[in-house]
Ligand binder design. Structure first.
Ligand SMILES: Cc1cc2nc3c(=O)[nH]c(=O)nc-3n(C[C@H](O)[C@H](O)[C@H](O)COP(=O)(O)OP(=O)(O)OC[C@H]3O[C@@H](n4cnc5c(N)ncnc54)[C@H](O)[C@@H]3O)c2cc1C
Length: 314
């Protein structure tokens, strides 16, 4: 598949980037590693007039630490972050989700910023223009039907980032710069809950940094995928244990991750949480695995991840 024509720009600063974005407002898109946006462009699912490459911007590829936070530049590759020694030592669940993101070739190209801001996916959406034209355009393509759920009146495409769920369990914050100024928010606030436009982002907003509270914890990450060597999660669960309680997040099953907190981790609270996850997870037939299997696996993965995180504590 060949790319459509677009203008390509590689600014060196945030100011230059914002100036360019403003000039092309509504017709520009950002590119980091390109592993999500380029396939979408090839499939004619995005059609930017200009692609603004963020890779040359100073300071977006650094990993720093102060007393309170690990501060990660949005352009840091998944591979560099995985190899950074404190990731594994402090944030075991996050380390595992980085390690299980696709394959190492992709990890060396894909950035953590692009991973968080990747688009939602559906078996009936991530297809060639010819396939989609034959089938009829769905809600996410501006059409009036859902091709996955007959008579469905919303889009059910899934947010499949491996790493957003583990960052949620770590209470990570995101720093942005836009034509309107700067803001810093909890990661959960970026999710709109709408699969068509999954993020609450201001026009032109650039994700600059990810802040993880510098609190060592034990954790684990579990993921179901078809090909263990490369695939996206069809359901994923991250756990971080803190003091006697824990945070759990579930992804790959709708427009935004689900998240839970338990005050104390014991047999009863884990069983109750697993049951709650099972009833909350609403899967539909929009992946290669059946909805009922993915729903059942919510329960299994929650228990499995907590069990592994507890073993790590011992
Ligand atoms: C074969 C294959 C397998 C994959 N498997 C997985 C997987 O197992 N798990 C998984 O999580 N993902 C997977 N992906 C998706 C993707 O490759 C990764 O999520 C990757 O980390 C995306 O990062 P990127 O830098 O390449 O993003 P890009 O494609 O450059 O960008 C993704 C989106 O984020 C926006 N963006 C990027 N950086 C910024 C920023 N700083 N500010 C504002 N907007 C920004 C872009 O405009 C774009 O909309 C896979 C992709 C492919 C092609």
């Amino acid at each position: 598949m060949i790319l459509p024509k677009f203008t390509y720009a590689k600014p060196k600063s945030i100011d230059e980037t914002i100036e360019l974005y403003t000039r092309y407002e509504g017709r520009a898109c950002y590119l980091a590693g390109g592993t999500d946006i380029i396939p979408l462009a090839k499939q004619r699912l995005v059609a930017p007039v200009i692609v603004i490459d963020l890779k040359n911007i100073e300071g977006l590829k650094t990993i720093e630490k102060n007393d309170d936070f690990l501060i990660i530049g949005a352009n840091t590759t998944i591979f560099d972050l995985k190899k950074y020694p404190l990731t594994k030592e402090y944030f075991r669940g996050f380390y595992e989700s980085l390690d299980e993101t696709s394959c190492e070739t992709l990890q060396m190209r894909g950035t953590i910023g692009g991973n968080i801001l990747q688009n939602t996916r559906c078996l009936f959406y991530n297809k060639s223009i010819e396939w989609r034209t034959a089938r009829g355009f769905c809600f996410k393509m501006g059409g009036a039907v859902c091709n996955a759920v007959p008579k469905g009146n919303i889009c059910f495409s899934n947010y499949c980032s491996d790493n957003a769920v583990s960052l949620i369990t770590l209470s990570a914050e995101l720093g942005f710069v836009s034509p309107k100024g700067e803001r810093r928010i909890n990661i959960e606030e970026i999710f709109s809950g709408n699969s068509i436009k999954p993020f609450n982002l201001e026009p032109g907003e650039i994700l600059t940094r990810i802040y993880i509270p510098m609190k060592k914890n034990s954790g684990a990450y579990e993921k179901i995928r078809v090909r263990g060597s490369i695939d996206y999660p069809l359901i994923n669960v991250a756990v971080a244990l803190k003091d006697s309680g824990g945070d759990v997040s579930i992804g790959g099953v709708g427009p935004a991750p689900l998240s839970y907190h338990i005050d104390s981790v014991d047999e009863n609270s884990v069983e109750a949480l697993a049951q709650k996850a099972y009833s909350d997870v609403k899967t539909v037939a929009n992946t290669v695995l059946t909805p009922s299997y993915r729903k059942r696996m919510a329960k299994v993965l929650v228990k499995r991840a907590i069990k592994r995180a507890l073993q790590e504590v011992k």
